[in-house]
Design a protein around this ligand. Structure first.
Ligand code: HEM
Length: 150
């Protein structure tokens, strides 16, 4: 679970994300493809406005951090897209590194380290939610059996 402090920090920076989210998302893909070129082919069918789509999903997630059930259907849709594009759990740290680096580059000194760390924590929490869904979609039988054993 995210701490109250992290949730408060993320919510306080929502206006910044609303203003710069798309620039951060575009920079994220630039850094991702430069540092992790193996991820580039996954996006062969992605629309030209992918950065806008990513920014919108990040903002939606941040707005609902304290009530994520509200966006279950959005998370399911992203997970489905990821599974069909062959996104794997190992890609998430690459994407996370690129996203955080993009935040630093786009926002510069206007954002302090405490806020960056809150976004880092929130990103990996978001990643974990997606990974769980993606694994359930990719291996429905195994996931069902694991749930029964528990
Ligand atoms: C928390 C992290 C992530 C978020 C918030 C996110 C968000 C999204 C969203 C909103 C979409 C569009 C879904 C739709 O069209 O309905 C998408 C699609 C996609 N994402 Fe992610 N994503 C994340 C992580 C990743 C990672 C780690 C990779 C792989 C490096 C990745 C690769 C893709 C690809 C290949 C598509 C499909 C593009 C297409 O063909 O339309 N994403 N993602």
């Amino acid at each position: 679970m995210l701490t109250e402090k992290t949730i408060a920090l993320i919510k306080a920076t929502l206006p910044v994300m609303q203003e710069h989210g798309e620039a951060i998302a575009a920079k994220t893909y630039e850094i991702l493809f430069k540092h992790y070129p193996q991820t580039h082919p996954l996006f062969s069918k992605a629309p030209a406005n992918q950065p806008k789509i990513l920014a919108r999903s990040v903002i939606l997630y941040s707005e609902h951090l304290d009530n994520l059930d509200m966006i279950n259907n959005v998370l399911d849709k992203i997970a489905q897209k990821h599974v069909s594009a062959d996104v794997h759990p190992g890609h998430y740290p690459m994407f996370g590194h690129s996203f955080i680096q993009a935040m630093r580059e786009v926002l510069g000194k206007s954002v302090d380290e405490e806020v960056i760390m809150a976004w880092k924590e929130a990103y990996f929490y978001f990643a974990e939610l997606l990974i769980q869904r993606e694994q359930a979609l990719a291996n429905p039988k195994q996931t069902q059996q694991a749930a029964e054993i528990r």
